[in-house]
Design a protein around this ligand. Structure first.
Ligand code: ZN
Length: 340
């Protein structure tokens, strides 16, 4: 595709061998700094010819596990360790990451609903555009590390979202297998055009990632999954040798549980505004019709709580974290096992 020029500039040279740690500069003129930029951290590792991969976290600013894993990777990795090129952006929507919020506090935009972005749009739209029009076209693979953020808690898992491109699906599935999460999800029904997975498909790039924890905290199991899985992926993608001397590659789990979210019926939404008290825990297996919890009306003590039931059977892989909910808020979702 031919893209218009992005306004984001960088001193990084994506073609140069070696390890460079610098910034992507997004022009941002504000009271404090009339000619200023938002400096988004970025590392480029290059060692000769070979594959190119984009490793990204902080697509949502309050999803911390991937941000921790990729900043650690930048410190741990040297260009001599690898083949080809690895571009690492640990906090791509930096204003959101610094604020600890899902969406950017500057323009109230959700980066993962902004693709393909706009070269002259708001800061978040410009970031989306830079990723889609500059970074993705340089790569064959894109790892996008997500988590539950402030409003959700996930059993940490890795995932792909299937597209209509069977060849890409096959390659993405191989990357997901190599990532080696004990719980791995193949999502088959989303083709939201404004999300990063669609941006990857438009660039003929495979896309895989995680939901590595959440609850507005840093889940250590999620950080470990993100870090170890990233290293195993780098081996699979041809960047790292499994016999390299410096970076030990963590062994993949012996058993992987493969899951999917088969339809909207596996999601549970709040029927009323109130205070949600769950009756199950993350990781529980539940049955269709089972009570998920009650929405309480604490300002009206004699009013009976509203019952919330599951519309399907499955494994509770995601639960809402805050107690208060509005009608329509997602209270969590289930997944079911698939044969592989
Ligand atoms: Zn996310």
């Amino acid at each position: 595709m031919n893209y218009a020029k992005s306004r984001i500039w960088t001193e990084l040279d994506f073609e140069k061998d070696g390890k460079q740690v610098g910034y992507l500069h997004l022009p941002h003129s504000v009271d404090r700094s009339g000619a200023g930029t938002i400096a988004i951290p970025c590392a480029v590792f290059r060692n000769g010819a070979g594959p190119s991969s984009l490793l990204m976290a902080g697509n949502h600013g309050d999803e911390y596990e991937g941000q921790v894993a990729l900043t650690r990777l930048i410190r741990d990795l040297e260009a001599d360790d690898i083949k080809g090129r690895i571009i690492v952006v640990p906090a791509i929507n930096l204003p959101a990451a610094m604020a600890g919020t899902r969406i950017s506090p500057i323009d109230d935009r959700n980066l993962n609903r902004c693709f393909p972005g706009n070269p002259n749009g708001t800061p978040t739209e410009q970031i989306a555009y830079y990723v889609e029009a500059v970074l993705a076209p340089m790569c064959e693979s894109w790892l996008d590390l997500h988590s539950g953020g402030a409003s959700m808690a996930f059993m940490p898992y890795a995932q792909i979202i299937l597209s209509r491109d069977e060849a890409l699906n096959k390659r993405a599935l191989a990357a997901l297998e190599a990532f080696g999460a004990p719980l791995s999800l193949i999502q088959g029904f989303s083709d939201e055009p404004n999300m990063s997975n669609s941006a990857a498909v438009r660039n003929n790039v495979i896309h895989f990632g995680t939901e590595a924890g959440g609850s507005g905290t840093v889940n250590p199991d999620g950080v470990k999954l993100a870090y170890d899985g990233t290293l195993r992926s780098l081996v699979h993608l041809g960047h790292l040798s499994p016999r390299n001397r410096r970076i030990p590659i963590p062994p993949a789990p012996k058993k992987v549980r493969w899951i999917e979210i088969a339809s909207r019926d596996y999601y549970v939404y709040a029927p009323q505004a109130g205070l949600f008290e769950p009756m199950v825990k993350l990781g529980d297996t539940v049955k269709k019709g089972q009570l998920y919890g009650h929405v309480h009306f604490v300002d009206d003590p004699m009013r009976l709580p509203a019952e919330v039931k599951f519309k399907a059977s499955g494994l509770v892989v995601c639960m809402r974290h805050p107690g208060r909910c509005e009608r329509g808020d997602c209270l969590g979702h289930l997944a079911t096992d698939i044969k592989r």
